[in-house]
Design a protein around this ligand. Structure first.
Ligand code: FAD
Length: 339
């Protein structure tokens, strides 16, 4: 699908987080068809990337709902409107074309013409926080990974997990039964993962299944041609320790960067997109922003705020595309859901 120009649709939504997903539905209810682009290779934004199993308590009509479940429901709700997803690619440019249209360009070379753009980019595109180690890029994707797709790729290996949060501890627990040796390195003595996970980690360390190396920090890497031989760690007094390792898994969280969108002429305020809160329109006619990325006075960064903004933006998009059509507000109960 790379380097192709797609059929024109009304709207390109940048970001498939909860708010972008709900925007597909709101646009769909007004007869607007959407493309949806996300830098991640899955939908769900922060809900899936950061806290899939955490219950959310402030979604109206759900006293409690797991974040991943909310995303599944939003995906189902937007399904009747057949959105076209372009995942695993970051939007790097939004070009204004003659006639008020836009060309949205992604990091994979995908180009999509559209009549309006809705930026639902949250805090920006996600990327891993990388430890500051010399030549780390030489090992990335071969011996160093920032996420794990399958446990099997690490079977029989000497693995160093670095970090003290939920991802580091959960992956240490999950991998310890397939690897040869597992070390977990953390710069503090105390892990900040869920208490139950920390209890399990302590037990496995007591049983000699996992070796805890604390308080140590990653210092350097040894190896060549992308093949890791050892990881050197040091404590606060500068004492080094060498760990024989085939694999290093640093889990230092994700950083978010609004990135190239900020260079497209959209007015930005402290890494957020400024909008008119009555229309959700940015300083560029036909470009709207909703959800965490959108800012205005007294903005509440909540999913439910983003949902309302999605409805508002969809109506603004409709008015933008159909300036001569008088809009009649119609409830979903009267309209039904027709694709
Ligand atoms: C631990 C935690 C708990 C939370 N609990 C709650 C809660 O209880 N209630 C609540 O209301 N909120 C909660 N939040 C906040 C909530 O998750 C956010 O408000 C919500 O995710 C915002 O949705 P969004 O769709 O605007 O953005 P996001 O969820 O951030 O999704 C934005 C998407 O856009 C993509 N993207 C960004 N830039 C680009 C680009 N250039 N090209 C392509 N894709 C791009 C990103 O990859 C991402 O997938 C919590 C957040 C965290 C971290």
């Amino acid at each position: 699908m790379d380097n192709q120009e797609f059929e024109e649709r009304d709207v390109v939504i940048i970001g498939a987080g909860p708010v972008g997903l709900f925007a597909i539905f709101e646009c769909g209810m007004l007869g607007l068809k959407c493309h949806v682009v996300d830098a991640l290779d899955h939908i769900g934004g922060q809900c899936v990337a950061l806290y899939p199993e955490k219950p959310i308590y402030d979604i109206p009509a759900f006293p409690e709902i797991e974040a991943a479940n909310l995303i599944q429901r939003l995906e189902k709700q937007s399904e009747p409107f057949s959105p076209i997803y372009h995942l695993g690619q970051q939007v790097i440019d939004i070009q204004g074309l003659d006639g008020g249209e836009f060309l949205v360009v992604t990091s994979k070379g995908t180009q999509i013409r559209c009549r309006c753009v809705i930026v639902a980019a949250g805090g920006g595109a996600f990327g891993p926080n990388k430890p500051p180690l010399d030549n780390i890029e030489d090992f990335e994707g071969k011996s160093i990974f920032y996420s794990c797709r399958s446990k099997e790729q690490f079977r029989g290996k000497n693995v160093v997990v670095a970090g003290g949060g939920d991802s580091a501890v959960d992956w240490a627990l999950s991998l310890c039964d397939v690897v040869e040796n597992l070390y977990i390195v953390h710069r503090r003595g105390k892990f900040r993962a869920a208490p139950e996970s920390v209890r399990k980690l302590d037990k496995l360390c007591d049983d000699g299944v996992i070796e805890k190396i604390v308080p140590y920090q990653l210092k350097s890497l040894e190896g060549s041609d992308g093949i890791l031989k050892s990881v050197i760690v040091s404590d606060i007094d500068g004492n080094d320790r060498l760990i024989s390792a085939d694999i290093l898994l640093p889990f230092y969280g994700l950083s978010m960067d609004i990135g190239p969108i900020a260079q497209c002429g959209i007015e930005i305020d402290s890494n957020h997109v400024k909008v008119n809160k009555t229309t959700m329109e940015t300083n560029i006619k036909g470009v709207f922003a909703i959800g965490d990325v959108a800012t205005y006075e007294h903005k509440l960064k909540l999913i439910l705020t983003g949902f309302a903004e999605a409805a508002s933006a969809a109506h603004s998009v409709y008015r933008h595309i159909n300036p001569d059509v008088e809009m009649h507000m119609e409830y979903s109960t009267s309209k039904g859901v027709a694709s």
